[in-house]
Design a protein around this ligand. Structure first.
Ligand code: URA
Length: 247
């Protein structure tokens, strides 16, 4: 059960004090009856709450796809730089965080959510969720470089990188698919084969593909199909899903 004013705040009707005023004016109904008390308790699973006649469908978690531009840091807060959270300020959600990090100069797909459990699962090394990067290189890759990258290279960690997939694109670009997320991994892998990354853009994470209509800096909410597929990627079993409700 949730206080009605908290529910309305979470549904972005307004701030706590704005919500109080809206309630006073009789704009909010619960199961067809006008409710003016902010402390009224609602059951988010079964109660129908309307605001100015429009039903408010409760969403505990939200998921956004951001096309991160270069020059923005993948942090929730930073004293000097624009952060990915600054870019999503207009959503009104202050509890979003990026699922993983992209370097400041990396562009592309970044999932932003307030669902810590899904984020944790997607980032778990055990799940080996595939990430696809479009990499611009200083020099072209030789057949031997490709073989080494696909087999696993030494980037100074305890173990070599897990097998990757390389797809050659025109003009010294490649698609690189990796299933790990080590610090600066792509740049270090390119360095390991004597090359240099000159541009980096993530295009996919698991089943989630960067929407080509999003210009750098733009974002949109994920569709239900996209969030369902991501849950599949994160390895949540049907049993867990049943226990955890609709998430
Ligand atoms: N690998 C990198 O080197 N940088 C990124 O931002 C992501 C993957």
């Amino acid at each position: 059960m949730l206080r009605l004013d908290k529910f309305l705040c979470e549904m972005k009707v307004g701030t706590r004090s704005q919500v109080k005023k809206e309630l006073k004016q009789g704009f909010v109904s619960v199961n067809g009856t006008v409710v003016v008390k902010p402390e009224h308790k609602v059951d988010v699973e079964t109660d129908t709450v309307t605001y100015k006649g429009r039903e408010l469908l409760y969403k505990k978690y939200v998921y956004y796809m951001l096309n991160k531009p270069a020059g923005v840091v993948s942090a929730t807060r930073d004293n000097a730089c624009t952060t990915v959270n600054d870019l999503l300020k207009a959503t009104g959600y202050e509890d979003l965080f990026p699922v993983g990090r992209l370097d400041k100069d990396t562009e592309g797909l970044l999932l932003m959510t307030n669902d810590g459990e899904l984020a944790h699962r997607l980032l778990s090394p055990k799940k080996q969720v595939a990430k696809v990067y479009e990499v611009g290189l200083k020099e072209s890759l030789s057949a031997e470089d490709i073989r080494r990258l696909e087999e696993g290279v030494d980037i100074g960690e305890e173990k070599p990188t897990l097998p990757a997939k390389v797809e050659i694109l025109p003009e010294n670009h490649i698609f690189l698919t990796i299933t790990e997320g080590k610090f600066h991994q792509v740049k270090r892998m390119m360095k390991a084969v004597g090359n240099e990354t000159v541009s980096l853009r993530r295009t996919a994470m698991g089943s989630l593909k960067l929407d080509g209509r999003l210009a750098p800096g733009d974002y949109r909410e994920l569709t239900e199909e996209e969030t369902d597929a991501l849950r599949g990627d994160s390895g949540r079993t049907d049993e867990e899903r049943r226990k955890g409700g609709s998430r």
